[in-house]
Each structure stands twice: as structure tokens, then as C-alpha cells.
Design a protein around this ligand. Structure first.
Ligand code: GSH
Length: 313
């Protein structure tokens, strides 16, 4: 048996740390990821169920889940330390899971990409790669939509508390792209979708982050549109946004230096509006930049937006 198989069989998910925050618990968990062929670390916040909070219908003592996808250069710690999400999660009775943004520890590929912060480590783009070298190890779409859930279900302190039938998805920048595209590619899986400053049209010539990532991860240019939120909406039958999810919210700061040079959220909004009038809410926030200061300011609105959908029948 190879070393890798040994690790796969022997390595049970390990809780690295647990801290109490807003009367709930933040766990950091390390596990083996078969789809990325490496160890991965994620965090999950679970409000305490000792107090009286709304748990909605369905599974009586289980809480719904928001999947938060982070942006370029991040791991699970950026949003857990600076995102300001947990107080509203606690008030609403909603769990919050924070995966890493790429596989790590593939020495050969990592060395090749070590000089680059917007490709490779910290920049998995939530796609399953099809290019040589990456196809075997960079499978963040499968990780975020399937494997992470399986790992969570295998851990009693998570499985006992989380109702995986009620999930929503959100993200920032590259993670906003992930939230929009993963919802569009998995209609009905996520009750609501939201994004801060998403990379909304990554296959466009005027999105250098998307061009670089898609060239590196996707071998055939025909695949690009299938991972581009704006293009995916343009391909949909008119009036069908409600088959994807119940609601979409996007916030964008107008002092974000990437707004007009990388992100182009209006293209997504225009396509969504054309498909289904009034379906999505889009806010341009005066003076806010791309940072976690912006995210932490509007995080309450986003978590509350998801909680309404997650706690209703
Ligand atoms: N390193 C890049 C910026 C990368 C960046 O802004 N990353 C965002 C996501 S796209 C982020 O959340 N960074 C981590 C943080 O602010 O904690 C630069 O110097 O221009």
C-alpha cells in the first residue's frame, strides 16, 4: 500500500482546536481529502443549542448551514477572525462552515507556483481542474459541494447539530465567484446565495484573475463559460432564476480597486435581471473597499438574509 493510501485509511478527521465564541463553538478540523489528495483544514461555527433560538421547521434540534467561500490568498482563518459572522449566526441559530481556498502540500506543483498569489495555493477558484498536473489535485468544486459535507457528517459533534438539507452559500471575491457558480451548477442545493465583491465574469478578457486561473486549471476554453456566473445565467431559459435558488444578494464597494478591473458584478446583475426581473438584490456601497472591513460591515445583513430562507419552510 502506498503512503498516500495509508494516510487515507488511517487519518480520521482531527479537531485541532475548539474555542467558545458568542455562546457557540468554533472548531478547526484537519482531515484527509480524497478528491484533492492532501490534508485539508476547515473551520465550522456551531451556535450553542442550550438557549432558545429559532431552529425553523424540519429536524427539531438541528440547525441549517451557511457555506462561506473565501477569496484569493485566504484560508479559513481570515473570515473567522475578521468576518464578524458569528454573533448573527448565534442569534439566528445558523451554523457557518469555512473551507480553505485550495489544496496545500503538493510540493511539486506548489513549488512551481510559489511566486504567484493568484494561482495555485490560496487560489483554487472552486473548479475541478482538467489540466495536466492540476486535474489530479485541484478539485475544489467537488470538495466544496460534496466532500466537505461528507467529512462534516462523519464528525459526531457536527452531524448531531447540522441539518444538511437546509444549506445556503456565500463568498467573497474568488469565493463570490464560487458561491454564484456552484449554486448555478447545482440548482436547488442552496436555498439562497450571496456574495461580497464577486469575480462575476471570470472568462472575460478584462478579468486578469479569471483569465489566469481558467487558463491554468481548464484545459479546453469551451469549459470556461460553464464556470462563469454571468455566462451561466445568460445560457438559462428566461424566467428560470427561481429554479436555481430562492434569492440572491450581492454587495459591492465602490472604492474597491478591483471593482472595474476584475470583478464586473453589474454584468451578472444585468443577466440575472434580464432573466427574472427583480429576482436579485444588488447594493453598491459608497466608499467601501475590497477588504474585510467592508465584509464585516455588511456580514450581519448577509447572514440574516440567508437565515430568513433557511428558517422558513
Ligand atoms: N494580495 C493581493 C490582494 C488579495 C486580496 O485582496 N485578497 C482578498 C480576497 S480577493 C482577501 O480577502 N485577502 C485576505 C484578507 O484581507 O484577510 C494584492 O496585494 O493586491
Amino acid at each position: 500500500m502506498s503512503d498516500e493510501n495509508d494516510e487515507k485509511v488511517l487519518f480520521k478527521p482531527e479537531i485541532l482546536s475548539t474555542v467558545k465564541v458568542h455562546a457557540g463553538y468554533l472548531h478547526r478540523i484537519k482531515h484527509y481529502s480524497p478528491c484533492n489528495k492532501c490534508h485539508m483544514t476547515f473551520a465550522i461555527y456551531i451556535p450553542s443549542d442550550e438557549d432558545d433560538f429559532p431552529v425553523g421547521n424540519g429536524n427539531a434540534r438541528k440547525m441549517p448551514l451557511i457555506l462561506y467561500l473565501s477569496g484569493l490568498t485566504c484560508d479559513d482563518t481570515n473570515v473567522s477572525q475578521k468576518g464578524n459572522a458569528f454573533e448573527t449566526c448565534k442569534q439566528s441559530g445558523v451554523c457557518f462552515v469555512m473551507p480553505d481556498t485550495s489544496p496545500r502540500g503538493h510540493e511539486k506543483i506548489d513549488e512551481e507556483e510559489s511566486a504567484s498569489w493568484d494561482f495555485g495555493i490560496g487560489a483554487g477558484f472552486y473548479v475541478n481542474a482538467t489540466t495536466k498536473g492540476y486535474a489530479e489535485h485541484y478539485n475544489m468544486e467537488t470538495y466544496a459541494t460534496k466532500e466537505l459535507e461528507q467529512v462534516c457528517k462523519s464528525i459526531d459533534c457536527i452531524n448531531d447539530k447540522v441539518d444538511f438539507n437546509r444549506q445556503s452559500i456565500m463568498g467573497h471575491s474568488m469565493g463570490g465567484h464560487g458561491a454564484l457558480t456552484l449554486a448555478l451548477r447545482n440548482p436547488g442545493k442552496y436555498r439562497s446565495v450571496s456574495a461580497f465583491a464577486p469575480i462575476a465574469n471570470p472568462s472575460a478578457k478584462d478579468c486578469p484573475w479569471g483569465q489566469k486561473a481558467f487558463k491554468g486549471y481548464l484545459k479546453d476554453e469551451n469549459e470556461w463559460k460553464m464556470h462563469d456566473a454571468t455566462e451561466l445565467v445568460k445560457m438559462m431559459e428566461p424566467g428560470t432564476m427561481k429554479t436555481v435558488t430562492k434569492a440572491i444578494l450581492i454587495d459591492q464597494g465602490d472604492a474597491d480597486t478591483f471593482y472595474k478591473t476584475q470583478l464586473h458584478p453589474e454584468r451578472f446583475q444585468e443577466a440575472a435581471e434580464k432573466n427574472t426581473k427583480g429576482f436579485m438584490k444588488y447594493n453598491v456601497r459608497e466608499g467601501y473597499d475590497h477588504s474585510y472591513w467592508f465584509i464585516s460591515t455588511f456580514m450581519h445583513d448577509h447572514v440574516a438574509f440567508h437565515a430568513i430562507k433557511l428558517l422558513s419552510t
